[in-house]
Design a protein around this ligand. Sequence first.
Ligand code: BES
Ligand code: MN
Ligand code: ZN
Length: 504
Amino acid sequence: MKVHVRKGTLTEATTEAAVVTHFEGDANVGGVAAKLDEKSGGLIEEIITRGDFTGRLNEVAVIYPREDLPMKRLVLVGLGKRADFSLERLRGAFSKVAQHIRNLKVSGFSTTVDFKMVNLPLDQTTEAVVEGITLGLYRFTRFRTIDREEIRDISSMTIMEEQEGSIEIIRTAAKTAGIISDAVLFARDIVSAPANEMTPTRLANEAMESARERNIKCTILEEGEIRKIGMNALLGVASGSDEAPKFIIMEYHGGKRSSPVIALVGKGLTFDSGGISLKPAEKMDQMKSDMAGGAAVIAAVRAAAELGLPVNLVGLVPAVENLPGGKAYKPGDILKSFSGQTIEVVTTDAEGRLILADALTYAGRYKPAAIVDLATLTGACVVALGDHVIGMFGTDDELKREIREAAALTGERVWELPIWEEYDELIKGDAADYKNSGGRAGGAITAAVFLSKFVGEYPWVHLDIAGPAWLAKDKPYIPKGASGAGVRLLVRFLRNRYLSNRMR
Ligand code: BES
Ligand code: MN
Ligand code: ZN
């Protein structure tokens, strides 16, 4: 979707639809809505006083004005109670109104983004509006062949702004939000793609493709190289599949030469059948999304480069398929990890932590200032926190604080779980150093504790995105299915850390 920013008032917008917001409980319409109301002979006041539109959160009403206004439709959207207003609500409301407009088979609309009366900075409200609309309109339709002509998309939106001094702020914010939202859509596309297409090879190609023309250096370690350096935990998982494993490395140098690297690590299981410890058939199809962490990392590196963030970044994605083939690794097998530590496989379905163990150790090569990993790691995390919350674990309080702060701004829910040393005992191996499962109790935690053994001394946060990566039901601006969880969070974290207040 194209976003235009034009100087002028919404009342003079020649458009299919002009979108106006309204707070629930406000007796009068304010701002540009008041001007539109006046020119339309009180149509907006009327729909509100008659009670047909109250401004309830995400409520939408369409009015057809006559001669005096240039737009074909006035579309009202409720923002809920003024006191409860937030950027998250703004994203949702604009998503809902954009979806409504799309259902009217309209391909473009105009709106304003100035919410001065609620005391939020213009760049933030602009970003929220653009983000909400872009993310809310996402659909994965590539494989549909029937009735394709029914699939209509909104191709452009125009933001109207009267004040000359605000235009540049809005343009910049809209561009930033466009880059970040496109990265989220890119991640969603990768996660939505079926596993017969999105193999480790294809995932590596997506990373290569993303790097091209973006000032990113992408290196793919092939199976031979992976074997040579000794990432045997990763290879163990890959052994049951005919698909070749890939270790994806994306390097972006936007910062000073002397400034240390931030390492992002993402689980790239293109399909997790469970392996020999086969998963039940029910919902196994959802395991095509087990590379959501990897997709988020590739997308975040891509967005950071496009935004030109002054950060040195490396994205690492171990990409493999977990199948029970004739060469598959088995329960009882012992793997010698890249770190040299040995792991006893008690279940081949706890594979994510095995490939991540090697990737986390590899991250140490960069002596990173921080490591953040994202993984659809455990069903136990979903049991503990539900579908909408990212489980956070980590060794560094400052890094955890930064992630929490970023999450508060993007609306992604993050909640910390402990990795106290009492849990160590649960993953102690019998014949080897560790075992790859600590059993049911505290399953999300013991997975994180396992990972911690391969991190080394670097500040580290692990984000378990098993819940929010794939949604069973629509959320206001996140349609069901692949959500792109973590992309906005990572980019926000980097922006907060590397841009001065004024530039964020
Ligand atoms: N990819 C799964 C975790 C998962 C489950 C993600 C449901 C999203 C939705 C992971 O590889 C896995 O199978 N974990 C096991 C670990 C267990 C065998 C120790 C789990 O959570 O059951
Ligand atoms: Mn598994
Ligand atoms: Zn998995």
